[in-house]
Design a protein. Structure first.
Lengths: 794, 279
């Protein structure tokens, strides 16, 4: 009890500030007016600092001195030092100038907030400029592939955009685009992510120590913020690559008051291949595939304290095939037209209203919409014409699955004093799950038609939450971020709820190093049914139900952060140890067939437990001609389900013992830079038959099934996921050239994906050689793939 | 649905650079496999064979000269040293309520063993076939019912089979049965547990295609109610899934249950109650 009283007293006292004033404002890009997220504002002598929030707002309360010196910094921008006499509360909006090259971000006179200063652990910010220097796959900058190059994050396989964070599944990542969840994040079966880098301003990844403001997923949060658009002048960029082209336009709606940005992308594989396919089939068949996506955003400053944003994203993948045959026989004309199409995609929309109540209280209210649909449509039209009568038959089959979210939330940032930043808020999400519905329609001339729907009916759920967290400077050495989130969910008349406590602690060992610890509990009210390993959109989002309960996890982590200089160049080193336990995970039962829609998905799965643990190392060189990072993860991830693998534990498919990433960028001169990426990962764990034995032909027949001496051969797997694929490793090289005159900037990128053409396994299967001998074969997708892309900015 | 999805998935592989590499599976586990289901009214027969690599072209090999030991309640009942085509037939009928162990030793292979028990039979209170046929899915069907009483305070497992007897050719033909009860599946047999009716009398209704009573060889139908022990139940369920999904690229691999120390094969018990239905 005494301990609690002391803590409460300390908490109250920490708010009581004598002789202090608040400096608040926004930090923006001087050239475009874009607000900067996560810019540092630091008072070195008081060792007090803060960072701008998602909307570029900051507020810092300092004890009164004759003068204060604020150091304002942001990666890729020239730092500013602002001196001011602090005699009253001040509003200070600042514009930072972009630096010409990254190595100009040298801070020698003083220091900004560095990694060891933050309470938050397991968080990595990805500057978009850095991402663009990473060698590209098929000429496309890919945010998710860049995230896969960070410790603790693993890719599913060759070319895949799937993310497996600290032993978690791909459904356990909360991927937010301007606050709206995106459910299917890949185009072209997972080879490209849906995020167009031209429209993205900032990416922040959390793999643990989640602040209470985030929830609804167990394993990670990827918070992606779209650009706002240039407030000052019209500008844009266009790019052309091997598979896609893109165009981006941005400009002011009214100078310094509002802006917009529109960015679009489309592939042209279908346009190139379609004529060839038509030619090869004598005009009887067409087939193709394409995807497109579009990002749009507009914002307007209503008053110094109010601003509204509207963000939209839409994207579609479409595969189509059609055939048409016509022939005559015995005076009768027959024709048949087949159309088959698969399309899937997301639409998200976000409307946000920022309101600054006063110098310390900032609020944002959002209306969010997210929709993911997967549709298969097949139709067949037959016609018979014998000159006297015409008969037509039409069959239409449509399969539909998806998830739709409509939500509202309000978030508050309250800068309570020099030692507290309180964040609190609440939200509500209305989910609609379509878990596999089939519509079938049959019509025949002069006959009864048939129109029916079967399969699963839509399921509706209501999710709500509230949270509060405090970034609290307990002393000059200790900073903590305690928080709690409470979430609940109503589905099919069943109510689930759980308080989710969160805490992060930082203890400053020296000026340049700290140890950090965190503990989080998470709850997730939806599952992803997936037995494909190639990012197929057939993966089905399903709700937690009375039978399949919400996923839950708890995760403690311990870390060490250290920043240092060597030869005047900045380095950061972090290492983290974590343990994560997950409950109510689902997996397909043996023999379950994901295409069989006649059976409820709940009958095809089992719920069980998973746990993972590991250690991560991350060394980053942030400045200088050579920059980049080296990451290494040693991890274990296992699962246990009562009705899978006979209730024995087994390795998770993506249980990856060793994972190494090396990402380097070498600036040759002002025009050329070289990007090098090398990755290594232990092979995936798969289920493969290793032996075979015989059993009686009919073991359930009477007399021991021995009425026949024939037998059945049974394959022996040695356990689920007991076989390891070969390790994965790959080297990518990229050469970037940038030039241009006046306002135009040209960029040329030449990349070599898998430069030493490693035959990385995509999947294993059993085949036969020409003598009929069985063989296990590995199929590899990509040898060395050179690509070139060119873009201009104007 | 599969035929529509197939071209879509094939597109990935066609467009991909298909480069195949042969993978070495390593040394396969050479083990003994054993299969035996105890029936109260049948002599005990044990099937022994040795495993081979999953890539072996010729398949597993029957073991004809193993030493097979049979224990009842930990007392050695008998041993056999020869089994024709791998089948070792003991001149012993197991007894309900007793536990059994089997051991098998053969050459340089690791010896294997397994334990199980034999459950008591469950009486069929009533088995009935309606003579009035009805139309369903363009077929004439008839209703069947079976009633039995489940023992309480324990988990019980069942398998129901129906077949008609061709006495001319001395052969049993399995009937495909469908249950309108959502708890059950359909197939040549139904296997289920007593989770929803523990300790109660249960009537299960089925339908089957109307038999051709004019067909002379059909002289009677036979209902079998198998009371399975847990080993038998788990084997039956996994074996059924395995057979139904073999070589299906869209289904998860199925591991067939094994309670043999080598993880290959099964040793289980069941008591079968039979009821004849004469049309």
């Amino acid at each position: 009890m005494r301990l609690y009283l002391v803590l409460i007293f300390t908490f109250i006292c920490s708010f009581a500030l004598a002789q202090s004033h608040t400096i608040s404002g926004y930090i923006s890009d001087a050239k475009t007016g874009e607000r900067l997220i996560g810019a540092n504002v630091y008072e070195p002598s008081l060792k007090n600092g803060t960072t701008t929030n998602t909307y570029g707002f900051y507020s810092i309360t300092l004890t009164v001195k004759d003068s204060v010196r604020l150091l304002v910094s942001y990666v890729g921008y020239q730092s500013q030092i602002v001196r001011l006499l602090l005699q009253k509360d001040e509003v200070l909006d600042l514009n930072l100038q972009p630096s010409v090259t990254l190595n100009e971000v040298l801070i020698t006179s003083s220091r900004s907030e560095q990694i060891q200063d933050r309470t938050q652990m397991s968080r990595i910010d990805l500057p978009m400029e850095k991402l663009k220097s990473i060698p590209m796959f098929m000429g496309e900058t890919d945010i998710l592939k860049a995230i896969q190059l960070l410790p603790g994050v693993q890719s599913g396989g060759e070319g895949s955009s799937g993310l497996y964070v600290r032993g978690g599944g791909p459904d356990q990542n909360l991927i937010l685009l301007d606050g709206a969840p995106v459910y299917n994040v890949s185009h072209l079966f997972g080879f490209f992510s849906v995020f167009n880098s031209d429209a993205i301003k900032n990416v922040t990844l959390y793999t643990g120590g989640f602040p209470a403001r985030y929830g609804g997923r167990l394993s990670s949060v990827i918070d992606i913020t779209m650009k706002e658009g240039n407030m000052k002048k019209m500008s844009g960029s266009a790019g052309i690559g091997l598979v896609a082209s893109r165009l981006m336009l941005e400009g002011p709606i009214k100078k310094d008051k509002g802006s917009f940005i529109v960015s679009a992308r489309r592939t042209y594989i279908d346009l190139l291949l379609s004529p060839l396919i038509k030619l090869a089939s004598d005009g009887e068949a067409t087939t193709g595939y394409y995807f497109w996506d579009i990002n749009a955003k507009a914002n307007y400053i209503l008053s110094p304290k109010d601003r509204i944003y509207l963000s939209l994203y839409g994207g579609r993948d479409r595969f189509y095939a059609s055939t048409f045959y016509k022939y005559q026989s015995a005076g009768t004309e027959y024709s048949e037209r087949n159309n088959f199409g698969i399309k899937w995609g997301n639409v998200t929309a976000t409307t946000r209203w920022n309101h600054q109540f006063n110098k310390k209280l900032f609020a944002n209210t959002s209306l969010l919409f997210s929709d993911f649909r997967f549709i298969i449509k097949a139709d067949l039209n037959e016609a018979t014409n014998d000159g006297f009568s015409k008969t037509t038959n039409s069959y239409i089959l449509k399969y539909l699955s998806g998830i739709n979210d409509q939500s509202i939330k309000t978030d508050f940032d309250y800068y309570a004093g020099s030692k507290h930043l309180l964040r609190f808020g609440a939200g509500y999400i209305y989910h609609t799950f379509t878990t596999g519905t089939i519509q079938y329609n049959y019509t025949q001339t002069n006959s009864a038609s048939f129109d029916t729907s079967f399969g699963s009916k839509p399921v509706y759920s209501h999710e709500f939450y509230s949270y509060i967290e405090d970034d609290w400077q307990l002393s000059s050495l200790i900073k903590i971020n305690p928080g709690i989130r409470w979430s609940g969910n109503v589905v099919q008349g069943k109510f689930f709820q759980m308080p989710e406590p969160r805490i992060s602690v930082r203890y400053l060992l020296t000026e340049h190093s700290s140890i950090k610890a965190s503990f989080v509990m998470m709850q997730q009210y939806l599952h992803l049914l997936s037995n494909s390993n190639i990012g197929l959109p057939t993966d089905l989002w399903v709700p937690a139900t009375a039978r399949i309960k919400p996923q839950r996890s708890w995760q403690p982590a311990l870390g060490y952060s250290h920043s240092f200089k060597k030869n005047d160049q900045d380095f950061e080193f972090t290492t983290e140890v974590y343990y994560k336990e997950m409950h109510n995970l689902i997996d397909y039962l043996g023999g379950a067939n994901f295409i069989n829609t006649a059976e409820s998905w709940e009958n095809k799965v089992d719920a069980g437990k998973g746990w993972s643990y590991g250690v991560e190392f991350f060394l980053q060189k942030k400045t200088g001609r050579l920059s980049g990072w080296i990451g290494y993860t040693l991890s274990y991830s296992r699962r246990r389900f009562p009705n899978i693998n006979f209730n024995e534990t087994f390795p998770y498919k993506y249980d990856r013992r060793h994972d190494i990433e090396i990402v380097l960028e070498r600036k040759v001169n002002d025009k050329f830079s070289l990007g090098i990426t090398w990755v290594f990962g232990t092979g995936n764990a798969i289920t493969l038959p290793i032996a075979q034995y015989n059993a009686p032909q009919n073991p359930y027949a009477l007399a021991n099934g021995l009425e026949s001496y024939y037998s059945n051969t049974i394959e022996y797997y040695g356990g689920k996921n007991a076989f390891r694929m070969k390790p994965y490793h790959r080297l990518d090289l990229g050469l970037n050239w940038s030039g241009g005159k006046h306002k135009r900037k040209d960029q040329l990128n030449i990349s070599f994906y898998n430069a030493y053409s490693r035959l990385n396994p995509y999947f294993y299967y059993i085949g036969y050689d020409r003598y009929g001998n069985k063989q296990v074969r590995s199929l590899s997708l990509f040898p060395i793939i050179p690509s070139i892309s060119y873009s201009i900015s104007f | 649905m599969m035929r529509y999805l197939l071209p879509f998935i094939l597109l990935i592989f066609i467009s991909a650079c298909d480069r195949q590499v042969i993978i070495d599976l390593g040394t396969p586990p050479h083990r003994l496999a054993l299969s035996c289901t105890l029936d109260a009214d049948s002599f005990i027969t044990v099937f022994v064979n040795k495993s081979v690599s999953s890539l072996d072209k010729y398949g597993p090999i029957a073991v004809t000269h193993a030493h097979v030991y049979l224990y009842e309640d930990d007392i050695l009942l008998d041993t056999m040293n020869h089994g024709y085509a791998g089948y070792y037939k003991f001149n012993i009928k197991p007894q309900a309520g007793k536990s059994y162990s089997i051991g098998c030793v053969y050459e340089q292979f690791d010896s294997i063993y397994a334990h199980t028990s034999l459950p008591y039979p469950i009486a069929i209170i009533e088995a009935r076939m309606d003579t009035n046929a009805f139309m369903s899915e363009n077929q004439e069907k008839v209703n069947l019912k079976i009633t039995f009483s489940d023992p309480g305070y324990e988990s019980n497992y069942y398998l129901i089979k129906l077949f008609y007897r061709d006495s001319v050719n001395d052969y049993n033909y399995d009937e495909h049965i469908t249950s309108s009860d959502p708890l059950f599946d359909e197939g040549d047999f139904l296997a289920f547990d007593d989770l929803t009716f523990n300790g109660k009398t249960r009537t299960i209704s089925f339908t089957m295609s109307k038999p051709d009573f004019q067909f002379q060889q059909v002289n009677h139908f036979v209902f079998e109610l198998h009371h399975l022990n847990y080993d038998a139940y788990r084997f039956v369920r996994t074996f059924e899934h395995y057979m139904n999904n073999y070589d299906n690229p869209f289904s998860e691999p199925v591991q067939v249950f094994s309670n043999v120390s080598s993880k290959m094969g099964q040793f289980s018990g069941r008591a079968v109650t039979v009821k004849s239905l004469t049309p």
